[in-house]
Design a binder for this molecule. Structure first.
Ligand code: 5AD
Ligand code: SF4
Length: 478
């Protein structure tokens, strides 16, 4: 019998990739993907635990399914990912109609678990060991590596794919639940990664984004030889068909010169580096246990700018962390002002159970202060993003065309010429008008307008006069 599957994914790119792999494994079993929960007989939520808000959203989405389950008891409802690992049985208590709870380390078991449920085997729960529930090796083994199957239709676009190079995290920043729910840091063997990228290239994929919670801490040792991220970039760079290589997320202390040199020297490497600072205050950084001081972050940023002058650097910040004073916040604001990040993701601190911060420090910054600091930092960043984007006016950029822009998708344009969106080598979004056959191509554009978030361009064709070429400056890597 063909079953209909609906999957909702929240959270980071790692979760998007996990969902892609779950869908691939279920399609292989004959499942068909549908666009709404009411059309589905199997409903899965791939969840995030990084902030309380993400969890609340999932619990309320689950609440909305309660009646559907009463009316159609054979609908199977599953909770996957970080919240499944964190809350485990509690999910069955809070939402008794849930049939399946599967942590990020057991996703490959889903087809079998669904078969057991359908056969009347009752509720199923599969999660990894807690980090203190066994030896390092036992805990590592309980997070089973899972990357074999890909599903073209679940990728961001057919030309772009995420590739996991490691799982877990060992940094234990005090606010963060990731080391608990995604387990110990483990790097995949380079041969496996290379084989996966080669396969993606044969399927028409042109851009890959290597994923890891601390992707630049990648280290795989075999036969006494260590492979680091820089080595991996050299290895993957040779794969024909792949035009762009990105990697996220970087940990500031592991931003080594050899990595920066690889990014500078390998033309396929995107000059886009996401390196979260989290705070500009040394006191806060110490309480966060980030392992660096603000001046070390600045020094790292200076090395990036020196080695790769055109690099677009982006960051994450947490405002309102335990004990953050107005002076602490101003130190963060100063860091944002001077660093000229392409953009920053700013979050209000959300206490996470079982983290060090939650047990050691009081969540003592009032919600309205967190909100104000969040808005203030965002305003500083947006002004910088806008200013830096304005500098692109009249410049030539090259984009990988991803597809119709949001507004043209809404108008359901059927014509050949429509509003398209693409990304530059530095991860800047450019909207432009073009023929739909440009989708999936690398296309040169001339930028004529810009705001804080988007550049607007027009396709450079051979018919454009010499004066425009003059404006277009030297072809660059923006
Ligand atoms: N509260 C708020 N933001 C958090 N992040 C991680 N943990 C928390 C938390 N408890 C943010 C960090 C991280 C990003 C993915 O989420 O900025 O870089
Ligand atoms: Fe969380 Fe820190 Fe690991 Fe990032 S490096 S996933 S913030 S513990």
């Amino acid at each position: 019998m063909s079953r209909k599957l609906y999957i909702e994914t929240v959270g980071c790119q790692m979760n998007m990739l996990d969902s892609e792999l779950v869908v691939a494994s279920l399609r292989k079993e004959g499942y068909q993907l549908v666009g709404a929960p009411r059309e589905a007989d199997t409903i899965l939520f791939n969840t995030c635990s990084v902030r309380q808000h993400a969890e609340d959203k999932i619990y309320s989405a689950l609440g909305r399914l309660k009646h559907a389950k009463t009316r159609h008891p054979d609908k199977i409802i599953g909770v996957l990912g970080c919240m499944a690992q964190k809350d485990q049985r509690l999910i069955f208590e809070r939402a008794p109609f849930v049939d399946l709870v599967v942590g990020p380390g057991q996703l490959h078991q889903i087809p079998e678990l669904l078969r057991q449920i359908a056969a009347g085997g009752g509720r199923q729960l599969e999660v990894s060991l807690d980090r203190t529930a066994g030896s390092r090796q036992e805990v590592e083994q309980s997070f089973e590596s899972y990357d074999p199957l890909r599903d073209e239709q679940m990728r961001p676009t057919p030309y772009q794919a995420f590739v996991r190079i490691m799982i877990g995290c060992d940094k234990f920043c005090t606010y963060c639940i990731v080391p608990a729910v995604r387990g110990p840091e483990q790097s995949r063997p380079p041969e496996q990664i290379e084989a996966e990228v080669r396969k993606l290239a044969t399927e028409g994929c042109r851009e890959i984004t290597l994923l890891g919670q601390t992707v630049n801490s990648y280290r795989h040792t075999a036969g006494g030889r260590a492979t680091r991220l820089a080595d991996l970039l050299y290895l993957l760079h040779d794969i024909s068909g792949i035009d762009r290589i990105k990697f996220v997320t970087n940990f500031p202390k592991d931003m080594t010169d050899d990595l920066l040199h690889a990014v500078r020297d390998l033309p396929k490497c995107s000059h886009y580096l996401h390196v979260p600072a989290q705070s500009g205050s040394n006191e806060v950084l110490r309480r966060m246990k980030r392992g660096y001081r603000a001046e070390e972050y600045r020094e790292m940023l200076a090395r990036i700018r020196q080695t790769i002058p055109a690099a677009a650097v982006t960051s994450d910040f947490i405002v309102g962390f335990c004990g953050e004073t107005e002076d602490d916040f101003q130190a963060t604001a100063a860091l944002v002002r001077e660093s000229r990040f392409k953009n920053s993701f700013i979050f209000k601190y959300s206490p996470r159970p079982s983290t060090k911060a939650d047990s050691l420090f009081a969540d003592d910054v009032p919600e309205d202060v967190k909100r104000r600091r969040n808005n203030e930092l965002l305003a500083i960043q947006n002004a910088i993003s806008e200013e830096d984007n304005q500098a692109f006016l009249g410049r030539r950029v090259e984009v990988l065309v991803e597809g119709p822009s949001k507004s043209s998708r809404k108008q359901a344009a059927d014509g050949d010429v429509l509003q398209l969106t693409g990304r530059t080598n530095c991860d800047r979004i450019v909207v432009f008008e073009g023929n739909r056959r440009l989708i999936g191509q690398l296309v040169p554009l001339l930028v004529y307008d810009a705001n804080a978030f988007t550049l607007f361009g027009s396709v450079i064709t051979q018919h454009v006069g010499p004066e425009v070429y003059e404006l277009a400056l030297a072809p660059d890597r923006f």
